[in-house]
Ligand binder design. Sequence first.
Ligand code: P5A
Length: 445
Amino acid sequence: MRLSRYFLPVLKENPAEAQIVSHRYMLRAGMIKQQAAGIYSWLPLGFKVLKRIEQIVHEEQARAGHIPLLMPTLQPADLWRESGRYDDYGQEMLRIKDRQDREMLYGPTNEEMITDIFRAHVTSYKDLPLTLYHIQWKFRDEMRPRFGVMRGREFLMKDGYNFDLTKEDALHAYNRHLVSYLRTYERMGLQAIPMRADSGPIGGDDTHEFLVLAETGESEVFYDAAVTDIKLGQREIDYDDKAQCEAVMQEFTSLYARTDETHDPALFDKIPEARRRSARGIEVGQIFYFGTKYSDAMGATVVTPDGSRVPVHMGSHGIGVSRLLGAIIEASHDDKGIIWPEGVTPFHCGIVNLKQGDAETDGACEGIYKALKLIGLDPLYDDRDERAGAKFATMDLIGLPWRITVGPRGLKNGVVELTSRRTGVSEEMPAEAAVARIATIYEGI
Ligand code: P5A
């Protein structure tokens, strides 16, 4: 993309309404625009990152064997009357009447609707196990929408639902989700720690939230510092291997890590003092096992091998897709702007032309731009007639992890400059070498 033809409405001033850094940078980098409290338009740069995050979520769900579908945002109230949650949900639910006076709602989550789909089409244990998911907009009329996309009213969620014959199978689905979520967050450059939590209006006893540690996080958390040393890394996972998934789950959840809702000071005090931590965190996901809560209430049953009918065991599993943008920025920025991890960056590399209009510099930039595109990368070429300082400030603000700077002085010596946004370190090298380096960096990402 050439910046001269892109739509990147950056702001010079800090927006007064933004209290935390991610909100400030998302507004300043022209990623989002607020349309009403907690409701945002996703401008091109923000939309691009949102799509990258969705893509990683889809890839990791596919790896775990989960099947995508798409349910609507609007739901009939009657479904929620069946589960008993229509009245329970209270003010957070946006209730709407259509022209026939039928009661509808904008879905805050989809347990009821997926159970309705299941009961309409699945009747035998032979069709199990089954995990369906979608990435769809949700609406929760939060009392205090704030911090930009962190606590929105309209927000994008990945929500998945498992259907299993037995509790044991459903707990495997729980563990499988836990493992696949760990991989999903790590690919986004995040460490998200599973913490024992409260299940709230979703229900059930088994639930973990995934928290990214950040001072601006809304949740208070207590944990053993040793949990931050555990990484999934590149290990091979067989998602059908129950023992392996359970072992990873145990590894990540045996040490003390809880949100304030389930915090137990007596247990916490048993951690060696030097490892005790209380901090704040951003909840980027949550997994639940709630057994037959919805299948009982809504008649989602299957015929078992012995011919009897039983309600299926279920769980649901959510990732805060739009919230993740805020969480990633909170975890990765400096005083100049965002620093995108390579896995989610909106453009792979920036190209800064220091002397727009100079034939040789323009030619070199064009060459690099085309070479990067040819190998399937997506560069952002700042071809505007602007001062170098302004170009650097924009690149730093929007946070592309790599920048190639091209100017007449370097070209005289046959070199361009390759700069890492994270370290600030620059290296001079021929243009072809810079392109080759960028290609290597993104191999396998
Ligand atoms: C699990 C999937 C559920 O709703 N039902 C389907 C279960 N879980 S949850 O924890 O309530 O939400 C899942 C994730 O969505 C994000 N989230 C939000 N993001 C932005 N703004 C909000 N107001 C908001 N509320 C929830 C969180 O990341 C949460 O973990």
